[in-house]
Ligand binder design. Structure first.
Ligand code: MN
Length: 705
């Protein structure tokens, strides 16, 4: 038995220290919320990222073996498959698994960081960089406990690839050929968008080979095996190809064919459409405005989600720096340090694609900053270790490293301490969905705004019309229409939208090979009901029309929290689909911090309500409301209402939700919307709706037509 070298022992020790540190700091959140029951379900904390419920649904269905056609459950996606695998082998609850997976998987990033540093004989730099990178601001935000999303491995996997590439170039050992190819296959499996980074690494190695090391056959082997790992075919086909190629490369007598093999790999890459994803991405960005839904049909104009997302414009430098290094000074030192590091150790230039992608954040959005975190951490860590070498005594050397490391970690620790993000759902909302699970069938639909799509599907095991991925203007339109129109009209649209959704799935299935152009559901409805103008069709919903045959039940999930986003919800249907003109936004005002100021209630700085006459004062304007409604729950948690009609000609209504400590000022259309009528007032036609579940946080109604 060979005993480990001192260096290997130290490497393992540093990995152990950095990994434990990364895990421990991620547990601060659980410690802070320890006894907070509103964040828990089944005795465990819930997750705090919406998209996580998508992977959780897939894993749940893999484990149960039940998933229906068109339920949009990601049973073939890597994150769900890995979760299901862990669920089978680990003796912990599913809720605990998805909560803690990001903690342990993202902390693995310390391994390649320390190994890369070992490659340039500076283990201390590796330890310092690993400590910083594992908890740096943006990396922490996207891999904290409960942040159950692909981010948990999105940096770990390319860092392993970088480590493999660096060690491959340094050692020219054959095993790194296989490792590099396997890294790519796994990374692509985990995150299909990974090609851009893989391709950049490939380009750098190619440039390095042509400029500095043209004669070395090893480099061409590395390029060929990486290219085969990147071809555009299923991972289960690429895996045996790269293993076979690795075995072939071990035969020295085949060395003379390496250029032929590289040529074949390039031809295979291009002929399988390896460049296609990059080309597609370009098309999406460059020609994004050219995509119109229903080109040959009515040419409807839907509201684009992009219009509601804050433009990714100029990010302030300090925020950018904070997110990468935790502090502006650390960031500047990191950049300077990395330049110095790359000057002293040219091999570190292979890390440039990671920095490049990180700096894309300045144009592509903050989520890219995490790519630069580990590589720039090397920069400041290198400066710290360089400084230490100039210390006169060993004691001072250690002490200085310790002090400077603490200094760069501290701002990140402060960030973690203050970053108390809530769970996506609260316990009461989930209780409603959990009881809906026993009421609704798997094939039934729940109508809700897209934000709630994934959690609804995970907790209630039903289908939804929209979710975190399916929320373009054309699918959001009907849901927005349903939530913001009067219940009687909304009921018809709900039946129509669900049946058209299912019908379109079925048609797509039958005409799989025909490549039919698909029209939006609203457009299909318009044509089917014999209209040429969608506005006429929508108006006809106020009359008696014949609805499609009912194939399943429909439920409405109406959370109290939706009050905050109601104006956003309206935007998707407050639009003339024929010409794209947006309609005037609703009058919608919400106040949670009102106070009694004698004869009036002050709702905010400028808005007052007279306690006797209910007359509103908005700045210099006086408005008499149509109604004043006060809601409250009695001792049996039944909603009671007191209503006073003040001025029938007014268009403004006041709703005082006393138990919620919330005042609403609503125009007549908003007051009459399905959401306000069913959620806030519990006012509905018993022939159309039935309340089937709920508490003050969320209510569920069943459609009776
Ligand atoms: Mn399902």
């Amino acid at each position: 038995m060979t005993s480990l070298t001192k260096e290997t022992k130290l490497t393992l020790l540093y990995i152990f220290i950095a990994f434990s540190f990364s895990v421990a700091l991620r547990l601060i959140w659980t410690y802070q919320f320890g006894g907070y029951e509103a964040f828990k379900f089944n005795g465990q904390f819930m997750i705090n990222t919406n998209d996580g419920y998508f992977w959780a649904e897939g894993a749940r269905d893999i484990l149960s073996g039940i998933s229906q056609p068109n339920d949009l459950s990601p049973t073939t996606e890597a994150a769900s498959q890995l979760t299901a695998f862990f669920a089978k082998i680990l003796p912990i609850s599913f809720e605990s698994l998805i909560l803690y997976m990001p903690v342990f998987l993202s902390s693995l990033v310390v391994v390649p960081i320390i190994l890369i540093a070992r490659g340039i004989n500076n283990l201390e730099m590796g330890l310092i960089a690993a400590l910083l990178a594992s908890i740096a601001w943006s990396y922490y935000n996207r891999t904290m406990v409960g942040y159950y999303d692909t981010d948990m491995l999105n940096i770990v996997l390319p860092m392993f690839l970088l480590w493999t590439i660096i060690w491959a170039i340094q050692t020219k050992e054959e095993k790194y050929l296989l490792l590099a190819a396997l890294d790519i296959v796994i990374y692509r499996w985990w995150y299909p968008q990974s090609y851009s980074l893989e391709f950049s690494f490939f380009g750098l190695i190619l440039a390095y080979t042509l400029i500095f090391d043209r004669k070395n056959v090893y480099n061409y082997k590395l390029l060929a095996i990486m290219m085969f790992a990147m071809i555009n075919v299923d991972g289960m086909i690429r895996l045996p190809i790269v293993v076979a190629l690795y075995l072939a490369f071990k035969q020295v007598k085949l060395d003379k064919y390496v250029y032929v093999i590289l040529g074949i790999s390039a031809i295979t890459f291009f002929s399988t459409g390896g460049l296609e994803p990059i080309w597609l991405r370009l098309k999406l960005y460059v020609f994004k405005d050219a995509l119109v839904v229903g080109e040959q049909g009515l040419n409807l104009h839907f509201f684009s989600v992009m219009q509601t997302v804050r433009e990714a414009g100029q990010i302030p430098f300090s925020e950018f720096a904070n997110r990468i290094s935790g502090h502006v000074i650390t960031f500047v030192l990191s950049v300077v340090g990395f330049i110095y590091l790359a000057y002293r150790h040219k091999i570190m230039l292979f890390a440039l694609p990671m920095i490049g992608l990180g700096f894309l954040a300045s144009v592509g959005g903050l989520r890219f900053t995490i790519y630069a975190v580990p590589v720039l951490a090397f920069g400041v860590a290198f400066l710290i270790t360089e400084l230490a070498t100039h210390m006169p005594t060993q004691k001072l050397k250690v002490l200085s490293m310790f002090a400077f490391t603490l200094a760069i970690l501290y701002p990140n620790y402060k960030h973690i301490e203050g970053y108390k993000v809530p769970t996506v759902m609260n316990a009461d909302e989930v209780k409603v969905l959990d009881s809906l699970k026993t009421i609704a069938h798997r094939e039934d639909y729940v109508v809700a705004w897209w934000d709630y799509g994934y959690p609804i599907r995970y907790y209630a095991d039903v289908k939804t019309l929209t979710d975190g991925a399916k929320h373009d203007g054309d699918v959001n339109f009907p849901v927005s229409f349903i939530l913001t129109n009067p219940p009687a009209v909304a009921a018809k649209m709900a039946r129509l939208d669900v049946e058209y959704t299912e019908k379109t799935f079925a048609n797509a299935q039958q005409n799989r090979d025909k490549n039919l152009s698909t029209f939006s559901y609203v457009e299909q409805m318009t044509t089917d009901y014999g209209f040429k103008d969608t506005n006429d069709f929508l108006l006809s919903l106020e009359t008696e029309i014949e609805l499609p045959k009912k194939t399943r039940d429909i439920y409405f999930y109406l959370p109290f929290n939706m009050l905050n986003i109601y104006p956003t919800v309206t935007r998707f249907s407050y639009i003339d689909l024929m010409n794209g003109k947006e309609k005037a936004a609703p009058f919608y005002f919400i106040s949670r911090s009102f106070r009694d100021v004698g004869s009036q209630i002050q709702l905010n700085q400028e808005v007052f309500m007279d306690k006797k006459t209910f007359t509103l004062t908005l700045g210099s304007k006086k408005i008499t409301p149509k109604r004043f409604v006060k809601t409250l729950y009695d001792e049996n948690m039944q909603l009671k209402k007191e209503m006073k009609i003040v001025d029938v000609n007014s268009n403004i209504n006041i709703v005082y939700m006393s138990n919620y400590k919330t005042f609403l000022l609503l125009d007549e259309a908003t007051y009459n919307s399905l959401y306000i009528q069913l959620m806030v007032l519990e006012e509905y036609d018993k022939n159309l709706f039935e309340k089937v579940a709920g508490n003050p946080h969320a209510k569920v109604y069943k459609l009776k037509i």
